[in-house]
Design a protein around this ligand. Structure first.
Ligand SMILES: *Cc1c(COP(=O)(O)O)cnc(C)c1O
Length: 339
């Protein structure tokens, strides 16, 4: 077993022994291999380096209460990676290849899947990038599909802790652009905005719809959920929001497990003060409750405050994490066991 203190691990890169690599050459993907080589040697003119031709995914493997090693809805990560790849003219990998590669990487690094109850997990990062030289603007001829694994700690140590966010003056995505795909380029352009947010004491940026700047989109890496005063879940709808798997799962859980009404619709910035609870959802934290939103000097404070999550947010969090960890029965095909 590796010498790791699971409870004090953060969300950072820790090198694990094995990763998966497949190559696309002469118009097709090879089978790929598991390797211990964590270095990539590519041309200085590779498509990824010059024109940011790269897409990625993020998912976790963890140990359930009955000692199974599992991933959560990895077929949706495969589907989304394929959609992302197509938008950037990257040859998509087959869903089966993706699922088998994820299993292989988890299996090869089995000692790094943290024990049940630690709150930690093995984070998996699949990505595809243009590896051959490109100088005239066009898609690369050759690509690599890789998956590495890195153990990550519990996002919240000692209960959900609400965060404070601000309405950003920058946009994260253009109308009809790439906001709906998981592309590295979306993150490169959010870096200045997030550094500036942190310097000003905010945890995250709330991005508005780029066309009218009147509707709520998402943050740099998480979708919003809101709870109305009469207990319905509302989640913003827009063509430029990244379709979060956590958000889609929470909507299902809200409706089918908690009996809540769920609405997927455009959400105006001006209606935020009407909501009872607000949360951000993504694979890393599942849900981060939002305590306050600042909009240029105007403060929107949610009734649950900044010490603990609102009651429905808390319930949603417990139900989804219970499904993931095996203490609550999962909907069919949500949990993939790795043998
Ligand atoms: C990855 C990501 C999310 C969260 O998606 P999950 O599938 O829930 O992890 C949300 N927004 C953006 C912009 C993302 O890149």
């Amino acid at each position: 077993m590796p010498e790791l203190d699971w409870g004090s691990l953060g969300f950072g890169y820790v090198k694990t022994p094995y990763r998966f690599v497949a190559e696309f050459k002469d118009g097709k993907w090879n089978k790929g291999i598991i390797t211990d080589d964590d270095k990539i040697v590519i041309s200085e003119c590779a498509g990824v380096l010059q024109y940011a031709q790269t897409v990625f995914e993020g998912l976790k493997a963890y140990r359930t209460c009955d000692e199974k090693t599992v991933t959560f809805r990895p077929n949706l990560n495969a589907e989304r990676l394929i959609a992302s790849a197509k938008r950037l003219e990257i040859p998509p990998v087959h869903e089966d290849m993706f699922l088998e590669a994820v299993d292989k990487v988890v299996n090869a690094n089995r000692d790094f899947v943290p024990p049940y109850g630690s709150g930690a997990s093995l984070y998996l990062r699949p990505f595809i990038f243009g590896s051959s030289p490109v100088i005239g603007v066009k898609p690369a001829q050759e690509y690599q599909f890789r998956i590495f694994a890195t153990p990550v700690g519990p996002y919240f140590k000692g209960g959900l802790k609400p965060i404070t966010i601000r309405v950003s003056d920058f946009d994260r995505a253009a109308p009809r652009g790439t906001g709906h795909i998981k592309a590295g380029l979306n993150y490169a352009m959010s870096l200045h905005a997030i550094v500036d947010a942190h310097e000003n004491g905010f945890d995250e940026n709330l991005y508005l719809d780029p066309a009218t700047r009147t509707y709520v989109e998402e943050t740099g890496g998480a979708n919003f959920i809101f709870i109305t005063k009469d207990g319905a879940l509302v989640t913003p709808k827009s063509e430029s929001i990244l379709p979060s798997i956590t958000r889609r799962s929470l909507c299902y859980v809200a409706e089918k497990y908690l009996g809540l009404k769920v609405e997927h619709r455009a959400v105006k910035l001006s209606e935020l003060s009407d909501f009872a609870e607000c949360g951000l959802c993504g694979t890393a934290a599942v849900i981060s409750p939002v305590g306050k939103i600042y909009d240029h000097g105007k403060e929107i404070a949610f009734p649950a405050g900044t010490e603990k999550a609102g009651p429905i947010t808390q319930k949603l969090y417990e139900t989804l994490t219970g499904i993931q960890l095996g203490t609550i029965e999962a909907p069919e095909s949500w949990i993939r066991e790795i043998n």
